[in-house]
Design a binder for this molecule. Structure first.
Ligand code: NDP
Length: 612
């Protein structure tokens, strides 16, 4: 953030008063049970996680060998597979619990679903596929279809295993080394390289509302939308709800997108809100064909790099994507990777950031007053916290929905959420709301990849488990590889860069992994494995450079960003800019990758040395 002369809207801000309001609003939402308030969509609640989109298909267990097995067929897995194909790898198998590719875009098909990061920089491999998105912010179905098109373009579907969950990875040093991969379908196959890209927000989460299991009406989670019940499609037209009283629980990024459709199509809609989201202008529009025709080769990479440079505080001549994300870039760097202005003393920068934050939040709160006609409803819809305490949302239809006569907003903040459910109703305090259907827009368990949660046990060299190796926190080189676990790569935010354009991060990760595998094949290495010292140096780098957001997140209203008010995310990811990180990886590949490549000869010498 650069030093600028104070502006009038800043002079009027009373930071002490604002902090007191934020603290009050946070305190009335803090729950003693923190993260334990939620239930997994498993066991008796497994119904909520069932796939409504693809019929179950029986198949014989597999016991064959592939060169590369990729767990997770979302954009991370697809991009890695695509880059490996480019590098000449033929034997690639994608595996996913879902019935098809797309990851989050496979599961989330709720009405109104869009990506609120501009499609030209979010959708991967647009130039490779010769496509330009139809809208500035693409609808979910177009994104899912794009994922399918990538899989088809790179020939990834014929050997893929869907409806399959990996249940174990075990390294075996025999025959130059390979992984044995076990699954819930009885497979026991082998792979030379395993890549996990199983996402961070995948497992649907339900509130542990007393009596939730007694509800006799219809109910489902937004990530498993029941179109058989609602009718219509992701574009709307939910005719099945025309005579229904519908409750929706949750007003996060998903709730914001789905609620306008429910408001329009349900006979009655009751929105149960605990914390309001920030809802900024979205300004979606169809892609201008003249603009599309004017694009020159290299346009997507240039646009993606420009967007991430602006977000992470790197200099650009011109900001190509001028939107709600670029406008608030400096505020996002509080919790995602990016440069901070070190020319300003820390406390002065903090003060300027806090003022800038207040200006943004005042504008967002003023928009609520401008749009929502009933002042009591408007008051409840105003967010009182700093901008990055929760994920920012954008919509030109959400706030307007509360002007409809068939829509009621129920504020549950003072009750910690919904009080209880009965056979036919949702109860808040003493008030009972009788409904036919309850839709949970209550999000996902954060950071739960099977590798981290332990549902996918990983056993490396010498029978050592990954979770044991990570007993005192993740240990990786650049977030991808861990000593003792050869030929295994992980995609994700741990000890890696992060951004609101996570598809960009996945692209860089995929390119890095593919380049490493390509080099391993070129020199005929049997193992790729970071040296313990290199791994330790990276763990220390991440810890030393981590931006301390503890104080910031301690002021935040509870949510998954701060473990429901119980902890902060400090130190989990690389704090510098993603472009800086990419340069660092390119440098590492040029100068240090050879140290991580173990040839058959070297492996033999090590084994012989160890046995002496
Ligand atoms: P969130 O976790 O963000 O929101 C869950 C909602 O459920 C919150 O409003 C929460 O309230 C509410 N809730 C939870 N428990 C209760 C309860 N007991 N009573 C009442 N309300 C309750 O999930 P989302 O699915 O909205 O979003 C998850 C993530 O998915 C986003 O952060 C984003 O990363 C991604 N996403 C991205 C989109 C995009 O366009 N790129 C679109 C949609 C989602 P409270 O806030 O008080 O906890």
């Amino acid at each position: 953030m650069t030093k600028t002369a104070p502006r009038p809207e800043i002079d009027d801000i009373d930071l002490d008063a604002l902090r007191a309001t934020y603290a009050h609003e946070r305190d009335r939402r803090l729950r003693p049970d923190g993260q334990a308030q939620y239930r997994r969509a498993a066991g008796a609640f497994g119904y909520y996680a069932k796939d409504p989109y693809t019929a179950w298909q029986e198949r014989e267990p597999r016991t064959d060998h592939v060169e590369v097995l990729i767990i997770g067929a979302g954009f991370g897995g697809l991009l890695t597979a695509a880059r490996l194909r480019d590098a000449g790898v033929e034997s690639i198998r994608l595996m996913d619990e879902a019935g098809g590719v797309g990851g989050t875009w496979y599961w989330n098909r709720y009405p109104g679903i869009h990506c609120d990061v501009e499609a030209s920089v979010y959708l991967p491999l647009l130039e490779e596929l010769g496509t330009v998105p139809s809208w500035r912010y693409a609808p979910g179905e177009e994104i899912r279809q794009h994922a399918v098109a990538i899989a088809e373009h790179y020939g990834l579907l014929h050997d893929a295993l869907f409806q399959t969950r990996a249940t174990g990875l075990t390294w075996d040093d025999d025959d130059d080394g390979h992984w044995t991969v076990e699954t819930d379908r009885g497979d026991r196959m082998t792979a030379r390289f395993v890549i996990t890209s199983s996402g961070t927000l995948t497992q649907p989460k339900l509130p542990g509302i007393p009596g939730i299991e007694t509800f006799r009406g219809h109910t489902f989670h937004t990530s498993r939308w029941d179109y058989d019940y609602t009718g219509g499609s992701a574009d709307g037209g939910l005719t099945g709800l025309a005579d229904k009283r519908v409750a929706v629980v949750g007003t996060g990024a998903t709730g914001i997108q789905v609620i306008p459709h429910l408001g329009r199509d349900a006979q009655e809609l009751v929105v149960f809100q605990r914390t309001p989201s920030t809802v900024d202008v979205r300004d979606n529009r169809p892609t201008d064909p003249d603009w599309a025709a004017s694009l020159r080769p290299g346009w997507q990479r240039e646009r993606m790099d420009n967007f991430i440079a602006v977000l992470s505080g790197e200099p650009v001549e011109e900001s190509l994507i001028d939107d709600g994300w670029t406008a608030t870039a400096a505020l996002q760097r509080k919790v995602v990777s990016g440069n901070v202005d070190t020319t300003v003393p820390d406390d002065e920068r903090e003060r300027l950031e806090e003022l800038q934050d207040a200006v943004t939040m005042n504008r967002i709160r003023a928009r609520v007053d401008a749009v929502v006609e009933d002042p009591t409803t408007a008051a409840v819809l105003k967010p009182w916290y700093r901008y990055m305490c929760k994920r920012p949302a954008f919509s030109d239809h959400y706030l307007q929905t509360f002007n409809r006569p068939n829509v009621t907003l129920v504020d549950t903040a003072d009750h910690g959420g919904i009080t209880r459910m009965t056979e036919h109703s949702v109860v808040v305090g003493d008030t009972e709301y009788e409904v036919d259907c309850v839709i949970f827009a209550t999000g996902f368990e954060a950071g739960v990849s099977g590798v981290v949660s332990g549902t996918l046990p990983v056993i490396g060299r010498d029978g050592r488990s990954l979770l044991e190796a990570w007993g005192r926190g993740p240990r990786t080189l650049h977030g991808f590889m861990t000593n003792g676990f050869p030929n295994l790569f992980q995609l994700g935010p741990i000890q890696n860069a992060t951004s609101v354009n996570f598809a960009h991060i996945l692209r860089d990760q995929a390119e890095h992994i593919a380049a490493v595998v390509e080099q391993a094949r070129t020199v005929d290495a049997v193992r790729v494995e970071p040296r313990a010292e290199a791994e330790e140096a990276w763990v220390q780098t991440v810890a030393r450079t981590a931006r301390d957001v503890t104080a910031y997140q301690a002021t935040c209203t509870p949510g998954y960003y701060n473990g429901e008010g119980t902890r902060s995310m400090t130190g989990a990811s690389y704090s510098g800019s993603p472009l800086q990180f990419r340069r660092l990886l390119v440098d590492w590949r040029a100068n240090e990758l050879h140290e991580a490549l173990v040839t058959a000869e070297a492996a033999e010498i090590t084994t012989a040395g160890a046995s002496r």
